[in-house]
Design a protein around this ligand. Sequence first.
Ligand code: AMP
Length: 315
Amino acid sequence: MGLTIVGTVAFDNLTTPFGSKMGILGGSATHAAMAARFFCPVSLVSVVGDDFSPEIMQDIQNAGIRTAGVQVKKGFKTFSWTGAYEYDMSQARTIKTELDILNVFEPQIPVDQSDQDFVFLANLDPELQLKALAQIKVPRFVALDSMNLWIQSKKEVLLKVIAKANLLVLNEAEIRQLTQETNLLKAARRVHDLGPTWVLIKRGEHGATLYSKQSFFSVPAYPLEEVFDPTGAGDALAGGFIGYLANTQEFSEINLRRATVVGSCMASFIVEAFGCERLQGLTIDEIEDRFQEFISFARVDMPVPVWDRRMVSVS
Ligand code: AMP
């Protein structure tokens, strides 16, 4: 009854208006796992090169994450992403992606994980996402993330993975690119037609919006004066979301709304420091306190009737 997260484990080189850091632990699966581990047992499925030290692997294990599904490829360098953010921190600019290792990666789900209920296919080549998913017997909930690179270069196979997902997580630009719809409501409808019951749109400093076929739910981003490094915010959002679902095992509308708030909490923490540093030292008490704050942002206690109609002449 756990969560399998398939995606990249990376060394990131990041530049933000607050400075640069080279070779820090990142990757779509790492960020998501670091967020999800607060809610359920998490197993990572990924690949690293022989430049990935056993000490870093041990750090990941010490965080409570299973790494039996992480392959070490001799003669290859770990996936690496070099990105930069200008003062508008909502858009990362990719400077370089070293993804040779993905070309030789055949995801292997450890046998004792093939009956996992919950799967998060974090950002990765959709062909690899499909191969990994095929090894999981009957998942109860599959969440999927992708990005502009795969939408542009591998749309056909990406559509096959989307058809198998219960939830698709994309940012505004990505869902517009995928569906060729500028209007986000229409874009979400198009995704529903492709298969997923749920669509979660990441909106950076404006928060996140969850769409089902019948409903719409929006959560603001946590008001932070300093967003230090937005890398991994989307992965932490998705990791918190599906980790919470795996914990509560309930797929009602209200519970998916709660999952959106939990995911937003996790995203708000990860951006407070470089890479996943902030998630490494985080406590469950801090998460619960922030969850309460999030709820207070959206609560409006209004009496019924809500205002005095006798004050106006309009009927
Ligand atoms: P996010 O900020 O949530 O979009 O995720 C950023 C993480 O995604 C970084 O740590 C990168 O290592 C990783 N990443 C960047 N490009 C790719 C890619 N093409 N495929 C998979 N992971 C990537």
